[in-house]
Structure formats: C-alpha cells, structure tokens
Write a protein that binds this ligand. Sequence first.
Ligand SMILES: Cc1ncc(COP(=O)(O)O)c(C=O)c1O
Ligand SMILES: [Zn+2]
Length: 300
Amino acid sequence: MIGYGHVALIRLSMIIWITIIPMCDNHRGIEKRSGVHEVYVQYLKCSRCGTIYRLEDKPVMCRKKDLGRLDIIYDYEAIKEAVSLDEIKKRDKNMWRYKEFLPVPDEKYIISLGEGYTPLIKAKRLAEHLGLENLYLKDETRNPTGSFKDRCMSVSVSMAKYFGFKRAAVASSGNAAAALAAYGARAGIEIYAFVPDFAGYGKIAQLLFYGAKVFRVRWTEAEDPTVKMMRLLAENYGFYPSPSFGPFNPYQIEGPKTIAMEIVEQLGLQVPDQVFIPTGAASLLTGSITGLGTGTMLAG
Ligand SMILES: Cc1ncc(COP(=O)(O)O)c(C=O)c1O
Ligand SMILES: [Zn+2]
C-alpha cells in the first residue's frame, strides 16, 4: 500500500502540519424548501468560456466541451444570515457540520460515512526536532477509507445522487477510486474504475471489496488511457465523471475545503500562518486555500 502525503497549515508561532498518510430567491438556483437547508449555490461558471449554469441544469462539465473548470459561486451573505458559529459547534462532528458551505441542496441526498472532523494533533516532539514552537498534524487517515479523498467523494456522490445518476466513472491509481467505490456502494451507484495496469494489488483489492467494476488499462500512448476511458463513458454514455482532478467534476473539490475550516475551528478560531499540503493534481491545495478563506470568514 502506498503511503504519502501531508497537508499542512503553518505559522512561526503556531504550526500545523496536516498529515495524510493513508494506505497507499431563485437567484440561488433552487428555491428554499421546508425541512431542508437552503441552497446557497448561486450559480456555476465556466472558467474558460464564462458560461453560467444553475444547479437545476445539473452541470458537471462545461457543455461547450472546452474543458473549462466550473467554479461554484456561493451566496456568502445569505449563509452568514442563515447560520451562526454557535449553531455549527452544536452539530455532529463530521464535515457536514459545514453543510451550508457545500453544494448539496437537500440533506436527503447527503451520502456520508462519517468523514471529516479528523483530529488535529499537537506534535510536540516533532516540533522540537524541527525547532518549531507550535506544530499540528491533521490526521486524515481517520477517514472511512483512509484518506482525505473521502471528503471529495462524499460531496461528489451526494451530487450524483441529487442529479439522479446511476453510474459513475473514475480514473485513478489509488485513493480517489477507493473512496468513490465506498461512497458509490453507500449510494447504490455503480462505479466503473479505470486504473493503470501498474496499479498496486492492494488498491485493486480495496476497489473490489467495495464492489466497483475495475478495469486495468494498458498504458501504451502519451495520453493517460484511464482518463480517456473515463471521458468516453462520461461524454458518450451518460456516466457521472468523478475523478479527483481536472475539470471533470466541480463538486469533489468542495470536500477538502472542510479540512481548512475544521483547522480554524479546532484552533479556537485562529488561522495558522502556514500550511504544508501534499500536492499531486492540486485539488487538495485548491480546496484547502478556499477553505482557509471560508474559515477566516467563519472566525469573523
Ligand atoms: C493521500 C494523498 N495525499 C495527497 C494527494 C494529492 O492530492 P491532489 O491530487 O488533490 O493534489 C493524494 C492524491 O491522490 C492522496 O491520495
Ligand atoms: Zn466553457
């Protein structure tokens, strides 16, 4: 099993090192409904061509096929009016305590396995070793399938459920596919996982345990064949694309935002000076940066 990764928030006097070491009004789009939380997504906007989408358009990728990332625009003023920090503090200790800051418009679509609110551990000895005053590790291995990707896929699969997708596809050699397989099983959505032929057997076993259909794809050309297969299913056969990178799914990146929000809350509403973040495709980095902004807002 592969083990790598650290997300981290740091400051000179207060250092946080978020470790992630796993196994390897109609203006708001959809009207307020009773008994559920209001939708705070105003719209989604393509970062390439500027096309605006409402949630009821069920946007996943830009329909202009320009591979532009869809950015989710929230109505933060409305969120501020609707929920207080005191109220959030009383909620269950998982990432959905920040539900107003996530795109799922109705609680009944939330697909959760209890992800998030992972411990922020003060690493005294490591801090001494590194000559630092305050160093914290955010232990994302405590998530249900062992990595922060659970946050991504909890949001992504919830949106798939809301949109009514029955099948989802992913290209991944590891943690993202495992997380999607687990949340897909929870939601009753069939998962087609395309993995490179060199993917570790441990990861493949994890996918099979969760009931995913696994396709090992031989890598013979420059273009990643797992991405090619996932796009083929999404663009021609109506599958929901749910990788943890690129412009293929705008919702998954909202999950990691909650890591940074938790850190601010767990530090008693302080924002750390520095964060160290392990980076591959940079969804975690982007999400954490957004979350720090949101957390700062939360801290007032
Ligand atoms: C455990 C772990 N940490 C960090 C990363 C990097 O995340 P990103 O690709 O969002 O930069 C990954 C991605 O696969 C991961 O599985
Ligand atoms: Zn576009």
